[in-house]
Design a binder for this molecule. Structure first.
Ligand code: PLP
Length: 438
């Protein structure tokens, strides 16, 4: 007999720490256990079907189990999954990245997005010779030591136990505003690296101010700081060449993960040759060869490379981005209409293939532009829970908070079904007193 998600979670709690493999997968009262997924859909162990707007934590721009990715994985699996040697596919994979993201003059593969930002920061420190980094309030760059401070408010306290005081001392956290960046760089000559989540915090739920990235580039140059764009989410999504291609602003280093692997574990750092040269085992830099040491058993793994090549070859055509963007645009427009019709105060926003919902009187003009991170992230938990669970019981799964991600597999019929579920949920929330409206 099939076990329910609730039953599986009881077992999981006896075997996995906290019952989960990633703390955000815990959703009260228990997480969902998914058995399979295809296209825009996924199925829970009890057979319940969801339209999925988490899409492999935003890694599946082509949708679940895309036939070309599955074929590439299957073929590579028969040839061997890991050689502990170099192999031709990693060159092809890096070539596709170079083609789509020209600032990635050289690429080094890593095993996660966390490792990508960790390596980019280490290169930044090695190149600049300065130990401090500048980062932005609420931006997420993975869970490693270098980027713990600043991930969540209060921004002057580590998020976790076990963080070294030296890490805190080496991290300057500011609001993503040009004046704040300029002041911090002017005040502290030890800042040599700047890292930014180029969607704005949490895949754009707190958008960056207009014109921020060109200013950041200018200020990094003026203060000789290495500029890292964290494109783990935006890479290959905001456009086939990421946010940097869409906006024409070029970083020194780019961290990538998620889509770059076609939804497999892994990631990459790409950047200008003179920065990436620090990783060259034959080149000396500041008395060390290589300047920056970097290892990792599964970096550039053949199975992951096969999936990455298959996915990026599709994305190169521009078609997946067009379809995913269209689905998100339809969702944003439709959700906006629903809240307006029911006179619910709030805003629906987001770029590219993302959507975010803010509910509250302070966005009565339908915009979050002047709200700031605290307000946007301060939506009461019961409201978020009511939205998430209302949609979930109607077969729609969000990625986090009141936000989601589309893929090329989301059809117009999926969007219609989602909008119906959304309207029913909004009506239920009004009836239950979670939000105003009628
Ligand atoms: C912008 C950004 N950077 C880094 C990471 C960390 O990537 P990973 O979870 O693969 O370690 C994430 C993950 O969501 C992310 O969104």
């Amino acid at each position: 007999m099939t076990q329910s998600s609730e039953e599986l979670f009881q077992q999981a709690r006896e075997r996995l720490a906290g019952g989960v493999s990633h703390e955000s997968r815990f959703k009260g009262p228990h997480p969902k256990y998914i058995e399979r997924a295809e296209g825009s859909r996924k199925w829970e162990v009890d057979g319940k079907e969801y339209i999925d707007y988490a899409m492999g934590s935003a890694s599946l721009l082509l949708g679940h189990a895309h036939p070309k990715v599955v074929a590439a994985l299957t073929e590579q699996a028969t040839k061997g999954t890991f050689f502990a040697d170099c192999h031709p596919l990693e060159i092809e994979w890096a070539g596709l990245i170079q083609e789509l993201i020209p600032s990635a003059e050289r690429v080094r593969f890593v095993s996660s997005g966390t490792e990508a930002t960790m390596l980019a920061i280490r290169i930044g420190r090695g190149y600049s010779g300065k130990h401090k980094i500048l980062r932005f309030e609420g931006h997420y760059h993975g869970w490693h030591e270098f980027v713990d401070l600043g991930m969540n408010a209060p921004y002057d306290k580590p998020t976790s136990l076990g963080i070294l005081p030296g890490t805190v001392e080496a991290t300057v956290v500011v609001k993503p505003e040009p004046a704040a960046v300029e002041a911090a760089l002017a005040a502290d000559e030890e800042i040599g690296t700047i890292i930014c989540e180029v969607s704005g915090a949490n895949y754009g739920s707190v958008p960056l101010p207009e014109g921020f990235l060109p200013e950041l580039r200018r200020l990094a140059d003026a203060h000789n700081a290495v500029l890292v764009f964290d494109e783990v989410i935006t890479g290959f999504r905001w456009s086939p060449g990421g946010r940097q291609a869409r906006d024409g602003v070029t970083p020194d280093l780019t961290s990538m993960a998620k889509i770059v692997t076609g939804g497999m574990p892994g990631g990459a750092v790409g950047g200008r040759e003179d920065f990436m040269r620090l990783l060259d085992p034959q080149v000396e830099f500041r008395g060390r060869t290589p300047g920056v040491t970097h290892k990792g058993t599964f970096n550039g793994n053949p199975l992951v490379a096969a999936s990455g090549v298959a996915a990026l070859s599709e994305i190169k055509t521009g078609e997946p981005n067009k379809l995913a963007d269209h689905a998100a645009e339809r969702l944003r427009t439709g959700m906006r209409e629903v809240i307006q019709q029911h006179q619910v105060a709030g805003a629906v926003y987001g770029e590219s293939s993302t959507f975010h919902l803010y509910l509250g009187d302070d966005a009565a003009d339908g915009s979050v532009e002047n709200l700031g991170a605290e307000k946007i992230r301060g939506i009461p938990k019961p409201v978020i829970n009511a939205m998430q669970s209302g949609l979930r019981k109607r077969g729609v799964d969000l990625m986090s908070h009141m936000s989601g991600i589309t893929s090329m597999a989301h059809t117009d019929a999926d969007i219609d079904e989602t909008l119906n579920a959304f309207e029913d949920t909004v009506q239920e929330m009004i009836a239950d007193g979670h939000i105003g409206g009628h």
